[in-house]
Design a protein around this ligand. Structure first.
Ligand code: ATP
Ligand code: MG
Length: 366
């Protein structure tokens, strides 16, 4: 599809720790790839997390949320740090991020796990198992046991203390995440695996029924179902069997972390959180890495790849997204590495210099 709009407003939320360093690189990459592909950006840089707490007393200022809501996409660095770890819950940087996700009404969390051929030895798995892994976990983000009611602490019939939560999904909640996943699978390898626990849980039986019904509209997608315990095992045993995976909130929380560890390089992994309409939120999966903040050691690839997801899934600018992803591969091929992905025989550089090298690759690659 040809994008109708070639000028976009992007909210940048550098946040804390290494956030500003990696966002600065991603911004330059967006600008250069945009100028080559004929895309214009207006950037609005706003406060979130610890940076916002220090400046305004709250982790998500009203102004940040309203600007973010009115933009075409939001690109976030990372939030948090030792300095705010002992704060009360409503004054924690992490609370600001949760409020932002809620405010943007994003319900689908996309986390690719890609083993880059140049970094295959970073994987926790054997080379022959890890080589060629390129999968995407899609996690439902606003329903399920994390939000289901009733929830709380109580007492059972024997007078013993209890704690309880409710796994509940309404038809429309399953339909929208499943439809989303079928569409993503269509853009990727054409295979979708729906993960549930339909042999035990009614909520999962219902999930499977709705996914199966929706599959009628996607005859071109090869759909399979897997129980979550088996999926957890298969991800380690043979991750290459997966292309796109869709699952509920809690299973997705666990499986997406497991999948990211297959790649072994936290500094390489992007994510996207998307809703029905309104801007998506794009961020690296790593945290603010306070141990290396301000030392020009951060790996900016995860944020640059998040910018590529912003273009592909947020703006529908596929060509510019392709260009950035190819530039990442090209920079790796030319041997440039930050310390977290360094191996003997490659060239160790800082965040800034790696950014410069990525820009060269953006320019030279079609
Ligand atoms: P969170 O803030 O989400 O709880 P965390 O505290 O568990 O995350 P990170 O902040 O991601 O973890 O850092 C974990 C380790 O990985 C740290 O040693 C950090 O320096 C390193 N790390 C994380 N991101 C990067 C990056 N982009 N480049 C280099 N090293 C990184
Ligand atoms: Mg942390």
């Amino acid at each position: 599809a040809t994008p109708s709009k070639r000028s976009y407003t992007i909210t940048l939320l550098p946040g804390d720790g290494i956030g500003p360093e990696v966002i600065s690189v991603a911004k330059d990459v967006l600008l250069l790839s945009g100028s080559i592909e004929g895309i214009k950006y207006e950037f609005h840089e706003k406060l979130l997390g610890g940076a916002a707490l220090d400046a305004t007393g709250v982790p998500l200022p009203d102004e940040t949320l309203s600007v973010a809501k009115e933009s075409d996409a939001v690109l976030l660095g990372a939030i948090g740090g030792y300095k705010w770890d002992k704060n009360e819950k409503h004054l924690k940087p992490e609370t600001g991020l949760l409020q932002l996700r809620e405010g943007l009404k994003v319900f689908a969390n996309l986390r690719p796990a890609t083993v880059f051929p140049q970094l295959v030895d970073a994987s926790t798995l054997k080379r022959e198992v890890a080589e060629g892994v390129d999968l995407m976990v899609i996690r439902e983000l606003t329903g399920g046991i994390y939000f289901g009611k009733p929830r709380g602490f109580g007492t059972n019939e024997n007078g013993e203390e209890t704690g309880y939560n409710t796994e509940i999904y309404a038809a429309h909640e399953i339909d929208r995440i499943a439809r989303f996943a079928f569409e993503v699978a269509r853009k990727r390898g054409g295979k979708l695996c729906s993960v549930d626990k339909a042999n035990v849980l009614e909520a999962s039986m219902f999930w499977r029924k709705r996914v199966l019904a929706l599959a009628q509209e996607y005859p071109d997608i090869e759909l399979s179902h897997m129980y979550v315990d088996n999926a957890a095992m298969q991800l380690i045993r043979n991750p290459k069997q997966f292309d796109t995976v869709v699952t509920n909130n809690i299973f997705g929380d666990i499986l997406s972390d497991e999948a990211s560890m297959i790649t072994g390089s936290i500094g390489m992994l992007p994510s996207a959180s998307l809703g029905d309409s309104g801007p998506g939120l794009f961020e690296p999966i790593h945290g603010s890495a306070p141990d290396i903040a301000g030392q020009d050691k951060a790996n900016p690839f995860a944020t640059v790849l998040s910018a590529a997801m912003l273009l592909r899934y947020g703006l529908g600018e596929e060509k510019a997204a392709d260009r950035i992803e190819k530039a990442v591969l090209d920079t790796l091929n030319r041997g440039f590495r930050t310390a977290d992905i360094y191996s003997p025989g490659t060239k160790l550089v800082g965040c800034k210099q790696l950014g410069e090298e990525i820009l060269k690759s953006v320019e030279s690659h079609i």
